[in-house]
Design a protein around this ligand. Structure first.
Ligand SMILES: O=P(O)(O)OC[C@@]1(O)O[C@H](CO)[C@@H](O)[C@@H]1O
Length: 406
């Protein structure tokens, strides 16, 4: 479906009838969030990556060409020699030769990251093969004061009752997706915690915990999003789930190659585990347990090419479908996973989450701060209040949700 999309905000969105198949989000409306990502964020990212490495002439020329293409040109296919040329030829056949802005937003963003990796030689045999262009940003974040402070806050959390701690860690993992608040949310006690709860536009956390009673023997899948300040609280939550018997095993699904700037890959899991084990106090103890859990198989990191595909989860391959079907619960982190879970379309916000995720092969939970126009599963009253606020609640990351389909 490539119908042009209207803006999602304003009273109109409240009044709109529930669409039969909502419009796919494109980027061709100047001023829209999707447009700003293509017109501003992508060119800026090319510059940041260019500045972060002493790349050679070949890479600089390729980055120039990519910048020119996304600014003035039309979408070009991959070179026939590229290892994934065929896959992208299928996924992109409708969009090659057209403006980047007329392709679905999800596709255009995903393909941009693939092309950026191509420009810096990530996949080519040679000295730059496998060098993550986003690594400097991820590493700077891990070394930063904010992570230090969040790790220290774990010492305070260690002494509160397990149930309150579970809530705090769930919220830390959730808000880690915005990369702030983090562990300073201490179990319903502080103003920060109250603000964090008030900013939830949907909260199915009671259902989530009902699906994970202590003493469960199942496997929880966590589909990770960002490295660093999001992955650390994810790992801490995983430790809590394993320690308190909410699961016997956790599979952490990560990206097979760099994606959406800060998405977590194996190297990022290793860096975060090392950051934890080299910390002090409770953080160090958690790091040690997780390190052992990896060795024992109760925590396993896994990658799949589908996690970097420009497709909704509804089109997941059979092997992933079988795997998720056997999990007690799949927790999908972040905005991009949410867009892929419910479909990157302008659904009416009150379309039930359960309806949009009915295809998912097992119980599924979304932990997401709101950073793009897609939203489902809101109560009518919540939607009206959000619209009345006049704030950019869909895209600014100030709001979050915990939605669960048992
Ligand atoms: O998945 P994340 O990390 O929560 O968010 C990623 C994301 O906000 O970044 C893009 C803008 O570049 C959005 O389109 C996208 O959804």
């Amino acid at each position: 479906m490539t119908e042009k999309t209207p803006r999602a905000s304003g009273e109109e969105a409240v009044r709109a009838a529930v669409p039969v198949g909502a419009p796919v989000i494109l980027s061709n409306e100047p001023g829209s969030f999707a447009w700003s990502v293509l017109a501003k964020r992508h060119p800026a990212l090319i510059q940041q990556v260019r500045d972060a490495f002493p790349y050679g002439l070949r890479q600089h020329e390729a980055l120039d060409a990519l910048l020119d293409e996304i600014t003035n040109g039309v979408v070009q296919p991959l070179a026939p020699a590229d290892h994934d040329h065929e896959r992208w030829a299928t996924w992109g056949q409708e969009y090659f030769g057209r403006s980047w802005y007329d392709a679905p937003f999800l596709w255009a963003e995903s393909y941009f990251y693939r092309r950026l990796l191509g420009a810096v030689g990530y996949f080519d045999a040679g000295p730059w093969q496998g060098v993550d262009p986003f690594a400097p940003f991820k590493q700077a974040e891990l070394r930063g004061d904010a992570v230090e402070e969040e790790l220290r806050a774990l010492d305070t959390l260690a002494s509160i009752p397990a149930e309150e701690r579970a809530t705090a860690l769930l919220h830390a993992s959730l808000w880690g997706n915005r990369a702030d608040l983090g562990f300073s949310i201490t179990a319903g006690k502080s103003a920060v915690a109250d603000a964090a709860v008030a900013a939830l536009v949907a909260d199915d956390s009671a259902t989530l915990w009902q699906l994970l009673p202590a003493g469960t023997s199942g496997t929880i899948a966590v589909v990770a999003d960002n490295a660093g300040r999001e992955l650390i609280p994810d790992l801490v939550l995983i430790d809590h789930l394993l320690e308190h018997g909410h699961a016997e095993r956790v599979v952490l699904h990560i990206k097979p190659y760099p994606y959406y700037v800060s998405d977590a890959m194996t190297a990022d899991v290793v860096d975060c585990l090392r950051r934890l084990t080299e910390a002090t106090g409770e953080a160090r103890r958690i790091g040690g347990r997780l390190w052992k859990a990896m060795a024992a198989g109760s925590l396993e990191a896994r990658t799949h090419p589908f996690f970097c595909a420009p497709l909704p989860y509804e089109e997941m391959p059979e092997d992933l479908r079988v795997e998720f079907a056997s999990d007690t619960l799949t927790i999908l982190k972040g905005d991009l996973n949410y867009r892929r879970l419910v479909g990157d379309q302008l659904w009416h916000p009150t379309v039930p989450f359960a309806e949009r995720t009915a295809y998912f092969p097992g119980p599924v939970a979304a932990l997401r701060t709101l950073k793009s126009d897609v939203i489902v599963g809101l109560e009518q009253g919540t939607l009206e209040a959000l619209e009345r606020s006049g704030a950019a609640w869909r895209t600014s990351g100030t709001h979050a949700l915990i939605q669960v389909r048992p």
